[in-house]
Design a protein around this ligand. Structure first.
Ligand code: FE2
Ligand code: FE2
Length: 305
């Protein structure tokens, strides 16, 4: 079976150049980042069909995820984790904690998470040196993966990582391993299986329930702790695994004008999130003071998680 994920060659870069001509003053969408062609295993990025040791594990992961992510499940998770009553710690403490987690759903990454966080942040910083909020967003975008840890309820992989998608309306065909949605209870529920489902035209992604995982959790943490990150930063955190939207262009009918603006930054970010998973070593102690200063600017010293 061929999965409908664009290969990350130069097609996307061309599209973004078209964008940047339209909005030259707002955004330089192509930040000059040099795109490597293979991941740490020597395969093309996000190639779910390639004969790698991880392939079967990744498909099985998505099978379980697609069966279990329902409206009911998402509502229960948002209520439980929205309480933010699990742990108190700073952003940097959480970066260190995340080192204990490995992402099984990701066919590209086989390194401690803190390396990935800093690789992404430093790659963006090089190309967009003035956007401190974006560097910090990159550093913290995956912190929600602490949901795997015992203190956070030790959620299974399918409830923490992997691509995200809306629930409460039809699952778009561009979602990886779409066929496995057939066993999701919402798939045959007429209230949830139409194009709009429980939503309406242009209602705004803010009103859409997304499958539960580290993205939405970190968004709840940032909001609940009164982060002053700009809305584009919060949008990146919340939707960075929503590949059906930012790669395939699905679900645009649910977006409002703010979403359209924020999506431009998400596309910038995502290029780095994906392609910086390479064997570039970062000297953590050397860059730490810079990131601590950003954390201080946008977050309280201790957060409720
Ligand atoms: Fe992520
Ligand atoms: Fe990431």
């Amino acid at each position: 079976m061929t999965i409908l994920i664009e290969q990350p060659e130069f097609v996307e870069v061309e599209e973004e150049k078209v964008c940047s001509e339209e909005n030259e003053n707002e955004l330089v969408l192509d930040g000059g980042f040099v795109v490597p062609t293979t991941n740490a295993f020597g395969h093309t990025f996000r190639d779910y069909d390639v004969n790698s040791e991880r392939k079967d594990g990744v498909e099985e992961f998505y099978r379980i995820q697609h069966i279990n992510q329902s409206v009911d499940f998402v509502k229960r998770m948002r209520e439980e984790y929205g309480k933010l009553d699990k742990v108190e710690m700073s952003i940097w403490e959480c970066c260190e904690l995340l080192n204990e987690v490995v992402d099984e759903s990701d066919p590209d990454l086989d390194e401690p998470q803190i390396e990935h966080l800093l690789q992404t942040a430093e790659a963006i910083r090089k190309d967009y040196p003035k956007e401190g909020w974006l560097h910090l967003t990159a550093l913290i975008h995956d912190l929600g993966k602490v949901l795997h840890l015992p203190a956070f309820g030790e959620l299974p992989q399918w409830a923490v990582v992997g691509d995200t998608f809306p629930v409460g309306c039809a699952f778009d065909e561009s979602i990886v391993h779409h066929k496995h949605f057939q066993e999701n209870p919402d798939y045959s529920n007429p209230a949830y299986n139409t194009k709009y489902g429980i939503y309406s035209e242009g209602c705004g992604l803010n009103n859409v329930l997304m499958s539960w995982g580290h993205d939405d959790y970190m968004f709840l943490v940032a909001k609940g702790n009164n982060s002053t990150l700009p809305s584009a930063g919060l949008f990146i955190i919340r939707y960075h695994s929503f590949y059906a939207l930012h790669r395939a262009g699905a679900y645009k009918h649910l977006m409002n004008e703010d979403d359209i603006e924020n999506l431009k930054w998400l596309k910038v970010f995502n290029k780095y999130d994906l392609y910086s998973k390479s064997k570039v070593r970062i000297d953590v102690e050397k860059v730490k003071p810079y990131y601590l200063s950003l954390i201080e600017k946008y977050f309280p010293a201790k957060l409720r998680w």
